[in-house]
Design a protein around this ligand. Structure first.
Ligand SMILES: *Cc1c(COP(=O)(O)O)cnc(C)c1O
Length: 403
């Protein structure tokens, strides 16, 4: 398994080395995103022949001591889908969707939960806590329940009802914060420190980035060990995008890949602090989120410095999409067989904006991350098409189908 040899805090004024032991302790003590490094080489990459296709396949590049994995839920190894219909519609012959809705709770948060809970099991921590706009908390509630641990989750008062019910069904202690996600984040951190919980908070716990980077390794393997030209991903706190960048960078460090994909981040028009900062080349300013896409309704993203660094370094971009475009994207993805929530469909909506802005070439290989299932957000499933209702006779049916 992977041995961490260095750690650095990712800050606006540049990366700074930090103590590796401290960085990994109970979710880190840092106020910045921390990235850890290994002794890289080709031997850290699993051989083609190995049969396991899940997140633990990449244990040599995860900060875990040797030993069996106790986390009970299946995580990672999600499909890469090539929809001929979407390829034709969008006009991209090498477009694929990375279906991250296939985690145990239907979002890419399940990767981070798995590694944090595995770490908690090994270190004997009984309670794991987090702040969340919804999906992290659902993922943590179910993940800790499966592992026999406790969870305390801090959510904004306007959290989606179905998500809230899932947290409660799994037996988590749920705290609603009227002041919203920003405050939930700060309060959960303070509470974890005071009460000795393991803090799963996204970005600040380096395990969250480490787990989420495995999606890059999977994409590379699923493309027969090729790096795509472009990867499009939604940005909430920015961990998903920063982790993608770290994963592809590590493939280069391990000397099995030679280039980075261009990373295109997608924010909601009603919550685009990173896009504004990137466009105008100025420090990030927190905003009040106004979007139906709760997964990306983050006004002050934790991983902002890493996202800006990675988008610039890969000659990528950040685009914004209106809620309306996400709702349309949900319909189009459904017609390719994939059920997404608004944040989960944001990258696909963003791809169209990127194409119009000539940020993506028609012949390039492009991966779009679909990060969360629409099954938890029935309120955002549009009523489209029409229902044929009949009494029950075949003649009636024939007539109805011809009408
Ligand atoms: C959390 C989330 C995102 C954003 O991920 P970050 O790592 O916070 O940038 C996007 N889509 C869905 C469905 C999410 O749950």
């Amino acid at each position: 398994m992977g041995r961490v040899v260095a750690a650095s805090a990712i800050r606006e004024d540049g990366d700074q080395p930090v103590d590796t032991e401290l960085a990994l302790l109970l979710g880190g003590t840092q106020d910045h995103q921390v990235e850890v490094a290994y002794e890289y080489g080709p031997s850290l990459i699993p051989p083609r022949s190995s049969d396991r296709f899940d997140m633990w396949r990449y244990s040599s590049l995860l900060p875990l001591a040797d030993g069996p994995i106790s986390y009970p839920l299946a995580v990672g190894g999600t499909p890469l889908l090539a929809s001929p219909r979407l390829r034709a519609e969008v006009g991209l012959s090498a477009l694929s969707l990375k279906d991250e809705t296939r985690g145990p709770t239907g979002s890419n948060k399940d990767r981070a939960t798995a590694l944090v809970v595995e770490h908690a099991l090994r270190t004997g921590v009984g309670t794991v806590s987090c702040a969340s706009t919804g999906n992290v908390a659902v993922s943590l509630a179910l993940g800790t329940a499966a592992a026999g641990l406790g969870a305390v989750v801090f959510v904004p008062a306007q959290v989606a009802e179905a998500k809230l019910r899932l947290m409660l069904l799994a037996g988590a202690t749920v705290v609603k914060i009227r002041q919203g996600y920003e405050r939930a984040f700060a309060l959960s951190r303070e509470a974890a420190r005071r009460l000795g919980w393991c803090d799963r908070n996204t970005g600040l716990n380096p395990l969250t980035v480490e787990a989420k980077k495995t999606v890059a390794f999977e994409i590379w393997e699923q493309l027969d060990r090729q790096v795509p030209d472009v990867v499009v991903a939604p940005i909430g706190d920015g961990v998903t995008l920063a982790a993608l960048a770290k994963g592809f960078r590590e493939l280069i460090h391990c000397r099995v890949a030679e280039k980075m994909p261009r990373l295109i981040g997608v924010q909601a028009e009603g919550c685009q602090p990173l896009r504004c900062s990137w466009l105008e080349d100025r420090p990030i300013e927190a905003v009040e989120p106004r979007t139906i896409a709760d997964g990306i309704a983050v006004g002050s993203p934790v991983s902002a410095p890493a996202v800006l660094r990675d988008v610039r370094q890969t000659q990528g971009a950040i685009v914004a999409v209106p809620d309306e475009a996400m709702l349309s994207a949900i319909t189009r993805l459904a017609r390719a067989g994939l059920i997404a929530e608004p944040a989960g469909a944001a990258a696909f909506a963003g791809l169209e904006v990127a194409l119009e802005a000539d940020l993506v070439g028609r012949r390039e290989s492009v991966i779009v991350l679909v990060t969360g299932t629409g099954l938890k957000t029935p309120q955002h499933l549009r009523q489209v098409g029409r229902v044929h209702e009949v009494e029950g006779r075949i003649e009636e049916l024939e007539a109805a189908l011809q009408a």
